[in-house]
Design a protein around this ligand. Structure first.
Ligand SMILES: Nc1ncnc2c1ncn2[C@@H]1O[C@H](COP(=O)(O)OS(=O)(=O)O)[C@@H](OP(=O)(O)O)[C@H]1O
Ligand SMILES: Nc1ncnc2c1ncn2[C@@H]1O[C@H](COP(=O)(O)OP(=O)(O)O)[C@@H](O)[C@H]1O
Length: 310
């Protein structure tokens, strides 16, 4: 059985595309309008949306010099900088195209830092990608099907020409978070870092799929708070421990029951189920929907909320 917390989500199947477990092939659906050179858009110079690509050109040129410090690109001859998007008579600052005095701030232990803006913004990237950046946060016990759903979702969206990226707890712990254990404070740090990375992907316009146990409500809510309203979509894999333990694909429950793994979530470490997640995917003993069907519920939600268009 499937329960969807937000009543606006419609449960339906989608016959026009197939991203079942056996379908590993990808199809590209359509090119974004902005790449249609015959459509009246121009690269650089004046005219409609000329600011769209020109700043990238400016960055290419900047490779020849690294002398911009703090606020002014003093060592650049002006004719070397493509100022589309700014008035070429402006004092060109690195931090956006404004003459504002830049203020330094302190964030955590980072002192004297300045936020650098760019005239290519999230909305431009979203238009390029024909989608809205967001984070689909899949939480649940080990064995509840998080990674499987993440993959099915990724395939389904990719088949529709949507750009996704999966941040899987297990995988991120192979690199960025390899220094972290499973004690509470390390789990919290694991979740915080993945939340921050997910936020960056979302800002890039990508549909970021984070799948990690993330057992503590407080940590998940902190990640939610990093994102704009509505852009954090929590998906709760509501699967009984009994089902997860029966699956036990990695044999970890068995080891935890034997006392060979200490602090295993659901056995001798807590899991706090979400109270208000956007989507609840409930499975029961002997009653499990396929990953394809579960992914479709999430895709329907994204469609409904307008995340599959810019
Ligand atoms: N003590 C303990 N508790 C829970 N899980 C454990 C533990 N030790 C190792 N593993 C394996 O690590 C995977 C969970 O990593 P996560 O980064 O998702 O965990 S967390 O969000 O930081 O709690 C988890 O992967 P999944 O089964 O995909 O959830 C386990 O395979
Ligand atoms: N919807 C489902 N129905 C039945 N089995 C599933 C489903 N989703 C996942 N599984 C199986 O459950 C096991 C755990 O899935 P996995 O995605 O690795 O979970 P998690 O990432 O939460 O640990 C795997 O053997 C997988 O094939």
């Amino acid at each position: 059985m499937i329960g969807v917390a937000n009543k606006s989500v419609v449960l339906r199947t989608s016959p026009e595309f197939d991203f079942g477990e056996s379908s590993g092939k990808l199809r590209f659906v359509k090119l974004p309008k902005s790449y249609n050179c015959g459509g009246g858009y121009r690269f650089g110079g004046g005219g409609v949306r000329s600011s769209f690509l020109a700043p990238i050109k400016a960055m290419e040129d900047s490779k020849t010099s690294s002398s911009y410090v703090n606020d002014k690109v003093s060592s650049f001859p002006k004719n070397k900088i493509h100022l589309s998007g700014c008035n070429s008579d402006d004092n060109f600052t690195v931090n956006d195209c404004k003459n504002d005095t830049l203020k330094t701030t302190t964030v955590g232990n980072s002192m004297n830092i300045v936020w650098h803006k760019c005239s290519v913004e999230k909305s431009d990237r979203q238009e390029l990608l024909q989608q809205k950046g967001c984070v689909i946060w899949i939480t649940g016990l080990s064995g509840s099907g998080k990674s499987t759903l993440a993959c099915a979702l990724c395939r389904g969206l990719h088949a529709r020409g949507k750009l996704t990226y999966i941040l899987d707890g297990d995988n991120v712990r192979h690199g960025l978070n390899r220094d972290l254990s499973f004690k509470a404070e390390d789990r919290a740090e694991n979740i915080r870092r993945i939340g921050e990375v997910a936020k960056l992907f979302s800002d890039a316009g990508v549909i970021c799929i984070a799948s990690l146990i993330s057992p503590y409500r407080k940590d998940r809510d902190a990640c939610r708070a990093l994102l704009p309203e509505g852009a954090f979509i929590e998906v709760f894999m509501d699967v009984p421990l009994q089902v997860c333990e029966a699956r036990d694909p990695k044999g970890l429950y068995k080891l935890a029951r034997a006392g060979k793994i200490k602090g295993f979530t659901g056995i001798d470490d807590p899991y706090e189920p979400p109270l208000n997640s956007e989507i609840v995917l409930q499975q029961k003993v002997g009653l499990c929907d396929s990953p394809h069907d579960l992914a479709e519920i999430v895709i329907s939600y994204l469609e409904e909320k307008g995340y599959l268009e810019p």
